[in-house]
Write a protein that binds this ligand. Structure first.
Ligand SMILES: [Zn+2]
Length: 321
């Protein structure tokens, strides 16, 4: 069958895995739980065993495995050294999961990256950024994630945390009363994540007595906000507009630094679709003055598979170097 690559997306609760060819065809994908007992020491051995087992079930000889890519939810350096993986446990601290996985897979090339960056690479390869080489991916989920791809390669930075746009402080007026997960206050994530949008809906409702369909809901979600905004609910429109204005400002800052061809917007909030893109564009375009051409905006296409694709692509590129 030729060269087969394993793409691994390690998350706090599940590990998503896939077997791909270098032509990007996904032969098989599956998930295993992230085993946290022993502080997460079993996670990498579980991954290696699961890859072997699934190759066997697929009838692929182990010798055809040409490499594996690994996305991890933490700061991972180019050499594979991982400082900490807070979502998993102390067994994944000050260690090298890349070397460990390579050793368990017979010494094949393994390449590691931060999960958000790896997902961005996946979207560039086979998703919303397909056909482009300079791509910034923005994930609006529980938090705000980001990944910068320049000339087809992840901009990982010195500690593997390049593209971490969710913790750019955007609210310098200190309107934000709560402290972000990272310890700062006024981070983009506190405004433009699904959680941030829902929280701002509550703040907007508290601060005025304007009527809104959102007031009838027990627990407002970002999805409710966008559904109501699309239906013309004034308060919901204002919440969506406020939150996406901050996102657009952050994207404009990113643009001035890395000048992407396209932003790919993913995560749960991106289900708001074209309405969301139009709203971001309305705030983003006027901030870009130095060039006539503005970066394009597109929706992510790979969903939860982006990390698998990106991880495989990372090691394919490494081998072709
Ligand atoms: Zn933060």
């Amino acid at each position: 069958m030729g060269n087969i690559y394993a793409g691994v997306d390690l998350g706090g609760t599940t590990v998503k895995l896939g077997l791909l060819t270098d032509e990007a065809s996904l032969i098989r994908k599956w998930e295993i739980p992230t085993r946290k007992d022993d502080g997460g020491k079993q996670v990498i051995p579980d991954i290696a065993a699961s890859i072997k087992k699934n190759m066997e079930e697929e009838g692929i000889r182990f010798s055809e495995l040409a490499g594996a890519g690994l996305g991890v939810p933490g700061p991972i350096r180019q050499d594979g050294y991982l400082e900490v993986c807070v979502n998993i446990g102390p067994g994944m601290r000050d260690m090298n999961p890349v070397k460990d996985l390579s050793g368990l897979l017979g010494g094949i090339p393994v390449k590691g990256g931060n999960d958000a960056n790896v997902a961005a690479l996946g979207e560039m390869w086979q998703g919303g950024g397909k056909g482009y080489r300079d791509v910034v991916a923005v994930t609006l989920g529980t938090g705000v994630g980001g990944g910068v791809i320049l000339d087809g390669h992840i901009v990982a930075g010195s500690k593997g945390m390049g593209g971490e746009i969710g913790h750019m402080v955007m609210d310098w007026d200190w309107k934000e009363a709560e402290v972000c997960n990272c310890g700062n206050r006024g981070c983009l994530e506190q405004i433009a994540s699904a959680t941030g949008i829902a929280r701002h809906a509550r703040i907007f409702m508290r601060e005025s007595d304007r009527p809104s369909v959102l007031r009838d809901l027990q627990r407002v979600t970002a999805r409710d906000v966008f559904d109501a905004a699309k239906a013309g609910d004034g308060l919901a429109e204002d919440v969506a507009d406020y939150c996406m204005m901050y996102l657009a400002r952050a994207m404009a800052y990113v643009s001035q630094v890395v000048d992407p061809e396209i932003f790919v917007i993913g995560g749960g909030v991106s289900r708001a679709g074209q309405y969301l893109l139009d709203l971001i564009k309305e705030h983003y375009d006027p901030l870009i003055k130095l060039t006539r051409g503005k970066a394009k905006l597109a929706l992510a296409r790979l969903g939860n598979d982006a990390g698998i694709y990106g991880a495989a692509k990372m090691v394919i590129d490494e081998r072709e170097k």
